[in-house]
Design a protein around this ligand. Structure first.
Ligand SMILES: [Cu+2]
Length: 189
């Protein structure tokens, strides 16, 4: 019964050009939606790196000061931005239990006693390559400890390939689906 129905449907679709056309337009719509979707995601990722939610600190007597709170299992703010040559002061306070605050490239590793503000000053080396570095918890603090991380953007990290990432990903996705359509059409013949 079922196979007969399928055969009939196949015959109908092979005979009439119309159903093929509607199939193709369905693919075009699908490609459009997926491309849009990918673009939105890529844009979101990019704005996370270069725009929204980035804390640039407060300048106090020429020192760039960051007040950071640490708790299970995140830092707030979680993305900091500094420039090479900046004198930076991290003021980090744990809101719950013992945590750490470490940035390997800057030689920072602070132990955080609950509710005690830890202050630490560091000069961002001029010869440090622009980029995104990781700040992380260096004292075991429970199940979420490996994920207790943040980012410190040094210099102009968004000027590189990151700026073009959304466009590149849209082109790649469009290319892949165009290839699918071409292959699909050849098979249909
Ligand atoms: Cu930890």
């Amino acid at each position: 019964m079922l196979t007969e129905e399928v055969k009939k449907l196949q015959e109908v679709s092979e005979q009439s050009g119309r159903s093929y056309v509607s199939g193709a337009s369905l693919i075009v719509i699908t490609v459009f939606i997926i491309t849009l979707f990918t673009g939105v995601i890529a844009y979101g990722v990019q704005s996370l790196i270069g725009g929204g939610g980035v804390e640039e600190g407060v300048l106090v007597d020429g020192v760039r000061e960051f007040s950071i709170s640490a708790q299970q299992w995140y830092y707030e703010p979680v993305i900091l931005k500094v420039n090479p040559g900046d004198t930076v002061r991290f003021m980090v306070t744990s809101q719950d239990i013992m945590h750490g605050f470490a940035i390997n490239e800057l030689g920072v590793n602070l132990p955080l006693t609950p509710n005690v503000a830890m202050s630490h000053e560091v000069v961002i080396p001029l010869d440090l390559t622009d980029g995104i570095y990781t700040m992380y918890c260096s004292i075991f603090c429970g199940i979420g400890h490996p994920y207790m991380k943040g980012s410190i953007i040094i210099g102009d990290a968004g000027a590189g390939i990151g700026r073009f990432l959304p466009y590149i990903s849209i082109l790649v996705m469009a290319g892949i689906f165009a290839a699918f359509i071409i292959v699909g059409r050849r098979r249909a013949r």
